[in-house]
Design a protein around this ligand. Sequence first.
Ligand SMILES: [Ca+2]
Ligand SMILES: [Ca+2]
Length: 209
Amino acid sequence: MVNVKALLSLSVLLMANLSLCELPIPMLQRSVRSAPDECSIADPSDFKFSITSNRNKTGHWTAQVSLEFKNGHQGYELAPGLGYYKFHTTPKVWDDAKKICEQEGGHLAIINSEAESKVLQNLFSKVAKIEGAGHNDFAFIGIHDNLVEGEFVTVFGTPVASTGFTRWTNAAQPDNAGGHENCGSVHRDGSLNDITCSWKLTFFCEMEL
Ligand SMILES: [Ca+2]
Ligand SMILES: [Ca+2]
């Protein structure tokens, strides 16, 4: 007779290589005696859990347990109805920031509404002082005018004018200051500003719902 509870626990730990606190299902957490009480539940959409049972030729039942961890939204915060967001507080140049978001399965954040701007403002407000950044109050996002000066588009090539959010920091923006501001940023107040791509800034990544 297969001890299903033990099998479940062992399989989860071996196949997903997770710590006890990362187990997605409360039942599984409770099945492991040493699971600490303060474990939080991971985002269920990051996991695919399945059990397959078969009866073999000798009449015994066998069970195969599978847990796939998609590594989908690690470190990202869910904003219901909007998306998943991550505030990277180690400053990077825009190109590197873009790559990091893509490596995580996301993209540099694109603001489509005041509600989405507010999400980024809230994340930004949690870190008052940024160490090593070119500017303390701006973070890179996924817009730029690298292709045609003055024509801001998203990292997907969509005109910023059609994103649904065009609140620039002030009437002068985007001002292409110094003749070389080609990357987009968001101010702590949630507004947009073009800024120098080679500055090292914090940045926001986004994953779609
Ligand atoms: Ca520019
Ligand atoms: Ca500017």
